[in-house]
Design a protein around this ligand. Structure first.
Ligand SMILES: [Cu+2]
Length: 185
């Protein structure tokens, strides 16, 4: 199953910039303006698709948009993990946090933080979430710091509880409940 596809949003984004696609990568790439868009299915612990994660990158960093339903309401941690493999039910296949600079976890940790650390998301009372955040520490552009699409790719993982932003290695955020993998092909 191919997990990479362009959404309507990504298509619009690309179309708005002249629909230039790079041919070297398997992902939607737009060279003009240096923007890259890439989307992957978000799957839950049963392996069911519950939403999508859309990454849009430029020279300043990467936007991470998560759209999902069927989650438990509440505040949840979301991180970029270092391996682009999402094998339910525990998603241990995604490995530890994306951490090319070998820091500790957490925005409030003096020895932190991981490049894959992201602000918590809040799932509403209906179990839905549609949020976009941004990180200047991850990149979809090869050869730049924080490049996510290395040999083994990367994954965006949602945890069952909130990230406390200080406890190494994962902010005491509990089990991994959803995962979206990103790979070059
Ligand atoms: Cu995590």
């Amino acid at each position: 199953m191919k997990k990479l596809m362009m959404t309507a949003a990504a298509v619009l984004l690309l179309a708005g910039c002249g629909m230039k696609m790079g041919k070297e990568a398997q992902v939607p790439v737009m060279t003009e303006g240096g923007r890259v868009a890439m989307e992957s299915d978000l799957i839950n612990t049963d392996g069911k698709v519950i939403g999508t994660v859309l990454l849009t990158g430029d020279d300043k960093g990467t936007g991470i948009r998560i759209t999902a339903e069927g989650l438990e309401p509440g505040v949840k941690a979301i991180h970029v993990h270092k391996t682009g493999v999402c094998t339910p039910p525990d998603f241990e296949s995604a490995g530890s946090h994306f951490n090319p600079h070998e820091k500790e976890h957490g925005f409030e940790n003096p020895k932190g933080f991981h490049a894959g650390d992201l602000p918590n998301i809040e799932v509403d009372k209906d179990g839905k979430v549609d949020l976009e955040t941004f990180s200047e520490h991850i990149s979809l552009k090869e050869g730049t710091p924080g490049y996510l699409l290395d040999e083994d790719g990367s994954a965006v993982v949602v945890h069952e509880g909130p990230d406390d932003y200080k406890t190494d290695p994962a902010g005491n955020s509990g089990a991994r409940i959803a995962c979206a993998s990103f790979n070059k092909e």
